[in-house]
Write a protein that binds this ligand. Structure first.
Ligand code: ZN
Ligand code: ZN
Length: 221
């Protein structure tokens, strides 16, 4: 069998480093990770966030963009927090100042991301979610409101059990939930999407309004 027609051209060498050139250049973290600040090179953009986004959802975006370990991310809650045990993302329990320094977000934004049982507002201790919302990179404090059974935006029943493994996850900021990053924290089943900084897009205005209305309604009792 002749291969004369397929003579390779000796002058064309393969671009060996083509794949490496487009890699983002983040500084390598060799410093004391117990104290993270934006000065160490962490990136977090306010434009990635949606209104009423939960702290865990914010942290998943932070992790996706910066790739710290779950232990490092859990330590952002406070230096004395056991990363594996974690902490409920409640106002008063989480060290908001430390989070503010690390994520560079306004205190008010962080306060809204935390749950507080004020008045008749009650929040579930189990992680509750809407699959289309998670697929778009969004989990909200509104999803955690016990009063609500459907997602305000998608009108689907909120779920607690994983569609694949059937297990529930406690709503705590710990290594297990942090490393799930919009997936099931038990089996890592996905929900049909993968949030990345480069595909972040604004929420539809009607969805934004729906979350705001439900949040206010529940606040008023
Ligand atoms: Zn939804
Ligand atoms: Zn699962």
């Amino acid at each position: 069998m002749s291969s004369h027609a397929m003579q390779p051209d000796a002058s064309s060498s393969p671009p060996l480093s083509a794949g490496l050139l487009s890699e983002p250049t983040f500084p390598i973290l060799t410093l004391d990770e117990s104290r993270l600040t934006p000065a160490l090179g962490y990136v977090f953009r306010k434009s990635w966030l949606y209104r009423h986004e939960s702290l865990i959802s914010m942290l998943w975006k932070f992790e996706t963009a910066n790739a710290p370990s779950g232990v490092v991310a859990a330590r952002l809650m406070g230096l004395d927090v056991d990363p594996y045990q974690g902490i409920a993302p409640r106002r008063g329990a989480v060290d908001v100042r430390r989070l503010q320094e690390s994520l560079g977000l306004p205190v008010e934004t962080l306060q809204v991301a935390l749950i507080d049982a004020v008045g008749r507002r009650r929040y579930s201790d189990v992680f509750r979610y809407c699959r289309p919302c998670l697929a778009h990179g969004y989990h909200s404090v509104v999803h955690q409101l016990e009063k609500l059974s459907v997602c305000p935006a998608h009108r689907r029943m909120l779920e607690t059990k994983c569609w694949r493994c059937g297990r529930e996850t406690p709503y705590r900021v710990n290594v297990q939930l942090l490393e799930a990053r919009f997936h099931c924290a038990n089996c890592y089943a996905g929900h049909g999407g993968a949030w990345k900084p480069e595909n972040a897009e604004p929420m539809k205005p009607q969805h934004r309004r729906a979350f705001a209305c439900r949040y206010l309604e529940c606040c008023l009792g």
